[in-house]
Every structure is written in structure tokens, then in C-alpha cells.
Unconditional design. Structure first.
Length: 402
């Protein structure tokens, strides 16, 4: 029975993982973290399997000692230049650094193939891949075909190429045009991220316009009424002081109510809520490729005053911002639980851990929580990474005394 339960849980985990955001770092983008660089280098390293033929040619007993040494150095230089081409940032069309590197790769492939023989024709496959990775789409298509034609031109001048040329045609074409597609996908991903940022900026502007409309609607009627009653009171003062006093009392009442309405509108705009910040945290973490664990982030506590809720919401916003911008984490856990007479917010990630960048904004957050009689604790998590814990008191004891 336990085996069936474990199998069911494993299958549910597979289904849940299928909906998790995928961290993408494609051709044409510079890796931001060490993990991204290693993953990208691993994908690049898959293509190095084709270097078995020239490596065996150098290590075997096919040439003189001097030729083997020069061939090994040439192969090493070719690999380093190729890695530099694929890993560097080449997102702009016809980057000035790309064309000389591709020309250098082509020259090295021609020289090594003509000098050492047919096994070195495989270097033209990497030239095709480099054309697809570094050149704009319209140019890369022709460059791949030209590199393939160069491989045939060199191969016709080398003996014993009957078994190498047909085998290399398909990898060269597939590799080159596959890199064109991957690079286009990377550009599309960047465009989507920029569009998402634009949408967020437009949403903020729309919220400002909404606040302006609310203030206009709140104050327009009240100020018009105050102006009318002030004029009426001015006309009544000489002959009807009692009625003028009543108008002044109405003016005071209307102005006080307008002040209350403005304060509520402004405070509702400035003070975030936990529900909105948890939803925003889920969206921000998903956009950054960080898996969010929000199973223990329950909201709607009946004994949480508005000021304390606003302080916790600011703490959640600051913590999620630090995770997205500075941590390099893959997973973030957010919990909101009651501890004694306090509500405790804990945000833990598995990133690089506490560094200098995490100090930005935490001082102001500590002061904000202190105004709500709360506290802030930061430091390394239990399994590494970074943990932020914010506490605010609940109003249960006040309600009991009342």
C-alpha cells in the first residue's frame, strides 16, 4: 500500500513540476549567475563530441611530434574561441566582435584541415553553429551555406574525404539552423520580458490616474459645497447671524468629511495589503524563474490591524524584490503563521546567502516595522541562502480587554 502511495505522490510531483516556470538563458544572452554559466557550458559541451576525430588524429600515431603539438594547440585555440563566441553577449545584429571571431574560426578550420587531413573537416560544423549563434537571421542563413560550401571546397583538396564529407553535411546544417532558431527564441523571450515591464509601468500609471479621478470626485463636490455655503454665510452675516452660524457649522462638517475621505483614499493607495502582495510575489517569482512555495502563506487574519498588515506587506515586497534581484535563487518559501500573539512572516530562499546587496532597503523596513511595534530578523537560512523574518503584534489582547 505504501508503494502505491509513494508512486501516486511521485506522479503528482511530476504533474506539478510541469507547470513550474522554466529558467531560460539562451544563445545571445550573457549568463547572470554561475549556475546559468555552467548550464550553458554543458549545452555547448554536447557539441564537443564531434571533436573526437581530430583529438584521435592528434593523439594517434599519424603525424610527426611537431605536427601533433601544433595540431593540439590549434584545436585548443579553436575550442576557446568557439566558447567565447557562444557564451559572449551577441544579441545586437552584426555585433562588431562577432564577425572577426567567425573569420578567425573559419581560417583556423581551413588551415588545420588542409594541414592535418580529413578528420579536421569537423571544425566546419562549429563554424556553422557559430554563424547561427552570432549573426542576424537573414545573414546567418547565407553564412551557414557559405561555410558548408567552404567545407566541400577544402574537402575536395584533401585525400580520403569520401567517408567524412557526407557524414558532416547533416550536423553542419542542423547545428547551424538550430542555433538560428534558438537565438530567435532568445530574442522573443527578451521582447516578452520588456513587454511585461512596460505593462507593469502602464498599470502603475493607470493606478495614478485612478487616484487622481478619485480625489477629483471626492473633493469636487465638497469644495463646491463649501464655496456655496461660504458665499451664503457672507450674505447672511449682517442681518441673520444665527443662520450664518449654521452655514459655518455646515462648512466645518463638510470640510472634516472631505479630509477623512482624502485620507482614506491616499492611505488605501499607499498602504499595500497582504493579499495583493502575495499575488504580486507569485507573479514576480514566476517571471524570474524562481519556484514559489506559498502553501503556508495564509491571509485574512481577523486580529491583524491595518497598520500592521501594511508593515508586513512592505516586508514581503522588499524580501521578494531582494530574492528576484540579488539572490540568484531557484526556490523561495513564503510562510505567514501565528506565533503566540504575533503574526510572523518568513521569506526563505536557496540563493547565494546574505551579502552587501541585501542591506539596501532593510533599514527603512526595520523603521517601518518599529512604527507598527514589530521587529525584523535577517540572516542565513537553515539550509543556506537568505531568510527574512518580520513580526507584528495582533490585536487579540486589546479586543479581550474591550
Amino acid at each position: 500500500m505504501s508503494v502505491l502511495v509513494r508512486c501516486r505522490e511521485w506522479w503528482r510531483g511530476i504533474l506539478a513540476a510541469d507547470d513550474e516556470p522554466v529558467e531560460f538563458n539562451g544563445i545571445g544572452t550573457r549568463p547572470d549567475t554561475r549556475r546559468q554559466a555552467l548550464v550553458k557550458l554543458a549545452w555547448v559541451g554536447i557539441w564537443f563530441a564531434y571533436l573526437a576525430a581530430p583529438a584521435e588524429d592528434v593523439l594517434g600515431d599519424h603525424h610527426t611530434m611537431a605536427a601533433d603539438i601544433l595540431g593540439g594547440l590549434g584545436l585548443l585555440a579553436f575550442v576557446l574561441v568557439y566558447i567565447a563566441l557562444v557564451l559572449q553577449k551577441t544579441s545586437r545584429p552584426m555585433d562588431e566582435r562577432v564577425l572577426p571571431v567567425l573569420v578567425l574560426l573559419l581560417v583556423m578550420a581551413v588551415v588545420l584541415s588542409l594541414t592535418l587531413g580529413a578528420p579536421w573537416l569537423v571544425l566546419f560544423v562549429y563554424v556553422c553553429v557559430g554563424c547561427g549563434a552570432g549573426l542576424p537571421m537573414k545573414v546567418s542563413r547565407f553564412a551557414i551555406l557559405l561555410a558548408l560550401g567552404g567545407m566541400f571546397a577544402v574537402g575536395l583538396n584533401i585525400p580520403d574525404t569520401d567517408t567524412f564529407l557526407p557524414v558532416l553535411v547533416l550536423p553542419a546544417l542542423l547545428g547551424g539552423f538550430a542555433m538560428v532558431g534558438v537565438r530567435q527564441m532568445a530574442r522573443t523571450t527578451r521582447a516578452l520580458r520588456e513587454a511585461r515591464a512596460t505593462v507593469a509601468h502602464l498599470a502603475a500609471n493607470e493606478e495614478r490616474l485612478r487616484l487622481a479621478r478619485d480625489l477629483h470626485d471626492l473633493l469636487g463636490h465638497s469644495l463646491s459645497l463649501i464655496t456655496l455655503k461660504s458665499e451664503l454665510a457672507g450674505r447672511m452675516l449682517p442681518d441673520k447671524p444665527d443662520q450664518a452660524a449654521q452655514q459655518v457649522a455646515d462648512i466645518e462638517r463638510v470640510s472634516r468629511q472631505a479630509l477623512v475621505d482624502v485620507r482614506e483614499a491616499v492611505s488605501g493607495f499607499r498602504r499595500p495589503t497582504l493579499d495583493a502582495e502575495i499575488a504580486g510575489a507569485r507573479t514576480a517569482l514566476a517571471a524570474a524563474g524562481v519556484t514559489a512555495d506559498l502553501d503556508r502563506a495564509t491571509t485574512g487574519h481577523p486580529d491583524l490591524p491595518p497598520d500592521e498588515e501594511g508593515a508586513l506587506a512592505w516586508a514581503l515586497r522588499e524580501a521578494v524584490t531582494n530574492v528576484v534581484r540579488h539572490s540568484g535563487a531557484r526556490r523561495c518559501e513564503i510562510s505567514l503563521v501565528e506565533v503566540d500573539d504575533e503574526l510572523c512572516l518568513t521569506v526563505t530562499d536557496d540563493g547565494r546567502g546574505p551579502r552587501g546587496a541585501y542591506g539596501n532597503g532593510l533599514t527603512g523596513l526595520t523603521e517601518r516595522l518599529a512604527l507598527a511595534d514589530g521587529s525584523l530578523e535577517t540572516g542565513p537560512g537553515p539550509k543556506g541562502g537568505f531568510r527574512l523574518r518580520a513580526r507584528v503584534p495582533l490585536s487579540r489582547s486589546v479586543a479581550v480587554d474591550a
